[in-house]
Write a protein that binds this ligand. Structure first.
Ligand code: ZN
Length: 577
């Protein structure tokens, strides 16, 4: 039945849906359809905080049965205006749907009755229209007790005259999505819902046309930035609007949800980075660009030439949390004391891509440690990694059951603490185990399009290292066996015939994850260091020679994450003759 829908009818059904809170009428599978293509024309009016969207989307039935009902969701501050197939209106009802996937903590949901069932894997095109305002709103955070200032420094998305930034799925549903409820007060719920959505969108394309209504009183043309290197942004001033035809093909829409930024930026262009900065931040911007140019050699040495140019874009307030999307970083440039760490991370993304977070983000954080090592030495890098370990230790305490071990494995985790902090330490350990040049060769041999299996990267590492590291991958990557706990069990010394001393050190690993760990024997004025492989729930012994009387043994210089470091030192027993 073709159904022309009137506003009154929509209101009636909305009222009906309010009576039906729960699962009565709308027991629908919200994740039945993926959206495989977006072709949207956006009109943004910054002074009114308004967004209007018209366009066509393509839905694909991802289930194994025909589907007659599709769910489309946009931010709760936007309203559905039209949904049609071709020239025919389709029947739909709208209802609010509480979900923390949007900054407002809610979605405007359209439940669409399709003209005929869509068979499994088949697609249907829908012509859609929606509009509304996108103002600063951190309801999803404040309602779980986050103080206002903290909440708005995280959820800073908004359309406004001074600064417009709307990040996509996970922040603002300014384009349609289709997800089950995400709840910030329930552990990883939001991250799991978002990870599922990203996975379903990983092959989706998007084409966006953006027009911006100018401020009445200014000739100033703001800059439009989209988080995609292959966006052709053309500018044309029409009678009533700044017209940007941003022709972007988001080929991996999943991990890089589209984001739109509109601000009066000036741009500093350097060989390795473009820095888009706000008025008054010239000095910070120059500092950021200089830092990037200096770090570029180190990053290229490890991760190869950049495949796209890094972009840094300024955020207006110094407390706003940075946001990254591939090689684009939004950050308050005024806080450029941490510029080195930021650029090392960002330039790594510009050179290297993996669809797997533990590789993509793990290596970018590892690059930060490499940068610190180059600037200030190995200890500075280890100290930096240690800073990230408090939260990690708490997570690992929970990872003692077999279920947790499998579900939290690095290869499939959605937990940022794991795929960022833990992965950083794992890359550092691998580097210590196989050496710089071998790890660099592995990184150069990695091709994201061939990464179809979690074992792809581990196999590349083993092949380059000519070493059996399966035990390490099992404990750290395929499973989460928690952290090692090294204990020096004994250290005894004897004098050798040439007048030196030989210390025999036995180290136990009380934890369930094995590692190769540095071991130092101190003597007057200096120390000797070796590396020792100690498998999980096992012991290993090593002999180390010192020129004078050995005094103390210390296992783990901090480069291996460990659950308990209180038992890592041992006074060497007085040497026997
Ligand atoms: Zn990153």
């Amino acid at each position: 039945m073709k159904f022309a829908i009137g506003k009154t009818f929509v209101k009636f059904l909305c009222a009906l849906s309010v009576l039906c809170v729960g699962n009565c009428v709308w027991a629908v599978d919200r994740e039945a359809f993926s959206i495989t293509n977006y072709d949207l024309t956006l009109q943004i009016d910054p002074s009114q905080h308004r967004l209007g969207a018209r366009g066509r989307i393509t839905l694909r039935n991802d289930t194994s049965s025909p589907q007659k009902v599709a769910v489309l969701q946009i931010s709760s501050s936007l309203d559905w205006r039209t949904i049609k197939t071709g020239d025919n209106a389709v029947q739909f009802v709208t209802q609010p749907y509480a979900s923390d996937i949007d900054h407002t903590g809610g979605l405007s949901e359209a439940i669409v009755t399709l003209p005929s069932p869509v068979t499994p894997h088949a697609t249907i095109d829908l012509d859609i229209g929606y509009e509304g305002v996108i103002a600063l709103d951190a309801t999803r955070l404040t309602r779980i007790g986050t103080p206002d200032e903290v909440a708005t420094s995280t959820d800073w998305d908004q359309i406004s005259s001074n600064f417009t930034a709307i990040r996509g799925a996970g922040y603002v549903a300014w384009y349609p999505i289709a997800t089950e409820v995400a709840n910030l007060s329930e552990g990883d719920s939001l991250f799991e819902v978002l990870a599922r959505w990203n996975a379903r969108e990983s092959g989706a394309n998007a084409h966006l046309n953006v027009a911006i209504t100018p401020k009445d009183d200014e000739d100033e043309v703001p800059e439009l930035i989209l988080n995609h290197p292959q966006c052709d942004v053309a500018y044309e001033r029409m009678s009533r609007a700044e017209h940007y035809s941003a022709d972007c093909r988001y080929e991996r829409l999943g991990p890089d949800a589209p984001a739109i930024i509109i601000a009066s930026y000036s741009v500093l262009e350097r060989p390795h980075i473009n820095v888009h900065y706000l008025a008054g931040h010239e000095v910070s911007a120059a500092n950021y660009a200089d830092t990037a140019e200096k770090a570029a050699t180190l990053i290229a040495d490890w991760f190869g030439a950049e495949h796209e140019k890094a972009q840094a874009a300024d955020l207006p307030h110094d407390d706003q949390a940075p946001f990254e999307s591939g090689a684009l970083l939004l950050t308050p440039l005024i806080n450029s004391s941490q510029a080195g760490l930021s650029v090392a991370h960002q330039l790594t993304h510009a050179s290297f891509f993996s669809p797997r977070p533990w590789i993509e983000e793990g290596l970018a954080h590892f690059a930060q440690a490499l940068y610190l090592e180059e600037q200030k030495g190995r200890q500075a890098a280890i100290d930096y990694m240690s800073l990230h370990r408090t939260a990690l230790n708490q997570i690992e305490l929970a990872a003692t059951t077999p279920d947790a071990a499998a579900s939290q494995s690095l290869a499939n985790t959605v937990n940022e603490e794991l795929y960022r902090s833990k992965a950083m330490s794992i890359w550092w350990m691998l580097r210590d185990m196989i050496g710089d040049s071998t790890l660099k060769k592995t990184i150069a041999a990695y091709h994201p399009d061939q990464d179809k299996d979690p074992s792809y990267m581990p196999r590349l590492i083993s092949a380059q290292a000519h070493r059996d590291l399966e035990w390490f991958f099992n404990d750290w990557i395929y499973r989460d066996h928690g952290l090692p706990d090294f204990k020096v069990e004994s250290a005894s010394a004897r004098k050798t015939v040439n007048g030196a001393y030989m210390v025999a050190v036995t180290v136990a690993n009380l934890g369930s994850a094995g590692a190769e760990v540095p071991l130092a024997v101190k003597f007057k004025a200096d120390e000797v260091s070796k590396r020792l492989e100690v498998r999980a729930k096992d012991k290993a012994t090593i002999r180390i020679e010192t020129p004078t009387v050995p005094l103390e043994v210390i296992v783990n210089d901090g480069s291996v994450p460990e659950s308990d470091t209180a038992n890592n030192t041992f006074k060497v027993e007085p040497p026997t003759q």
